[in-house]
Design a protein around this ligand. Structure first.
Ligand SMILES: [Zn+2]
Length: 51
């Protein structure tokens, strides 16, 4: 079984169970915590609604 993100073979049983390598799992986790580009913050959305 290969990691679907980087396409490298999964070596540890844990990685195979999760279906993703540890490095890629961490990268995805970091990406979830970052706000996507162009998304308005809560304050900006509130300002737009008031206008
Ligand atoms: Zn990977």
């Amino acid at each position: 079984m290969n990691c679907p993100v980087c396409n490298r073979p999964l070596k540890s049983e844990k990685s195979i169970e999760r279906g993703i390598g540890p490095v890629c799992a961490q990268k995805l986790k970091d990406r979830e915590n970052e706000p996507p580009d162009g998304q308005l913050s809560f304050e900006e959305e509130t300002v737009l609604v008031i206008k």
